[in-house]
Design a protein. Sequence first.
Lengths: 368, 235
Amino acid sequence: MISNTSLKDNFLSFFFSIGFSKNFLNFLWIVFSILLLMLGVTIGVLVLVWLERKISAAIQQRIGPEYAGPLGIIQALADGIKLFFKEDIIPTQGDAWLFNIGPVLVLIPVFLSYLVIPFESNIILANFSIGVFFWIAVSSVVPLGLLMAGYGSNNKYSFLGGLRAAAQSISYEIPLALSVLSIALLSNSLSTIDIVEAQSKYGFLSWNLWRQPIGFLIFFIASLAECERLPFDLPEAEEELVAGYQTEYSGMKFAFFYLASYLNLLVSSLFVTILFLGGWHFSIPFFFSFKYFEWDLLNNAVNYVINTIIGIVITLIKSYLFLFISIMTRWTLPRIRIDQLLNLGWKFLLPIALGNLLLTTSFQLFLL
Amino acid sequence: MYVVRKFRGKLSADAARSKNIYFLFTANKIKRENFTMILFYVFVVLALVSGAMVIRAKNPVHSVLFLILVFCNTSGLLVLLGLDFFAMIFLVVYVGAIAVLFLFVVMMLHIRIEEIHENVLRYLPVGGIIGLIFLLEIFLMVDNDYIPILPTKLSATYLTYTVYAGKIHSWTNLETLGNLLYTTYFFLFLVSSLILLVALIGAIVLTMHKTTKVKRQDVFIQNAIDFQNTIKKVR
C-alpha cells in the first residue's frame, strides 16, 4: 500500500477541500515556498552574524555579544531593529534615484540566487536546466548597484570605493565562472540537482573536491572576493575610505548592504556544498542504509519528511564548514591592496582557471 | 476560467478524471498564454521606452543605465522565446561586462550634462528619413510566422502541434548550441575568437608603457636591503 501523492498534492488538496480555487492554490504554493525560503534565509543570516561575532571574538580572545539574549543570540536582531529605526538621509547634491536604487540592485540578485539552491532532491524552488549559470548571470548585476551607490553619493571617497568595488567584482567573476564551468563539465549538466547527484555514488570519496582541487581553491578565493570579505575588503576598507561606497548610507539602506554581504556569503557557502562537497547526501561511503529510515512501511509520509529533514541538516552542516573557514580567514589575513587584488584576479587566477578547464577537458577526453 | 461540459451516459472514473484534466490543461494553457502575452507586451514596451530614454536622458550616466534596462528587457524577451541560456548570457556579457565598463568610462570622464533644448530639431530631416526607411524594412521582414510569441491567432480553437520526440529526451539550449557551434559552424567560432584577439592586442598596445622608466615595487629587492649597504657614514 504505497501512496502516490506528494507533499505538494496533499497540501493543495487540503486547501482545496476548504474551498479555494485551483489557480489561487498554485499561486499560493509558489508564494508560500518563496516566503518560507526567504524566512529561512533571513534567520540563517541572523545566525551567521552571531557566528561571525562569536568566532571573531574567540580568535581575538574576547567574548563577543553576551548581553542580548542568552549567549548574545538576539544581538543581530537587535542590530537590525536599530537600523530599521534610524533616519534615512539622502545627500542633497547627489543623484537621488541612483542613491536609492543602488542598495536594491545589490540585494535583490543575492536573494534571486537562492532560487536554484537545493536543500534536498525535491526541496528546490526552481530546477532550471541552467541552474548554476543562473546564479552567475544574476550576480553580474551586483557591480552595477555598487557603481550606482558610489556615484550617487556625491562623495569622492564613496565614488572611489564604488569604482574599486565594481572593478573587484568584475575581475573575480571570470575565474568563478570558469571553475563552475569545470564542475559542469564533470557533471554533464548545469542543473544543481544533477551536479549533486553526480557526487552521490561513493559517499565522500566521490566529492568534486577531490576531482577539482584547483577549482575548489579558485572558487574559494573568487567567492570571497565577490562577497567583499577580507582579505578582499578594500571597498569597505575600514581605515582608509571611511566605509567606501557605503559611507553616505544610513538606516535601512545600510542594512541592505550589510544583509547583502552576509547573504552573499551564505549563498557562496551553500554553492560550495553543492558543487564540491556533495550536497545533501550523507557522505559516509557504503553506509547508505543508515540514511533511509524505514520507520513504518505503511506510513510513507513520515519516512519522506524525516529523510528530507536529514538532508537539509546535512546541507547546513557542510555549509557551516565553509562559513567557519571564511570567518577564520577574515580575522587572520591582512587586507590586500587594490593593485595586488587586480593582479591576483587577472594575472594569477584567470590563467590558472583556464588551465584547470583545459586539464578537466583533457581528462574527460582521456578517460572516456 | 473553467470549461464545463455535461457528460451523457456513464463514464468510468478514470475517463472522467482524464477528461477533467484535459479541460483544465487547455484552460491553464490559455491562462498561461495570456500571461505570456502580458509579459511580452510589458517587456517590449519597457525596452522601447528605455531605448528612447537612452538618447533623451540629459545625464550620460542615466543614458547608460537606460541601456542596461534595454538589455535586461531583451533578456526577458529571450526567456519568453524559450532561450534560457542566451538570456543568461545576455545578462553576463552585456549587463555584467559591457555595460559596467561603459559606466566606468562615463563616470570617470568629465562629461558635462548637455542642454538638449536647442539643436534638437537639427537632425530631424535626415535622421527622420533614415528612421522611416529602417521601420519600413522591419515591417517588410517581420511576418507573424517568424515571431511565434505574437498572440495573433489566440482563440479557443487554437491548435498547436507538439513535437512528441522532444518530450522524451529534450536537449537543453546549451547542448544544442554546443552540437552546432563547434562542429558545423566551427569556422565562425574561430573567426570571432580571432576578432576578439585583435581587439585585445589593440587595447594592450594602446595602454602599454615603456617598462624601463617606470618605478615598480619588487618585494624581494625590498626585503634584501641591508643596513650596511644603504646607510653610509659620510663624516
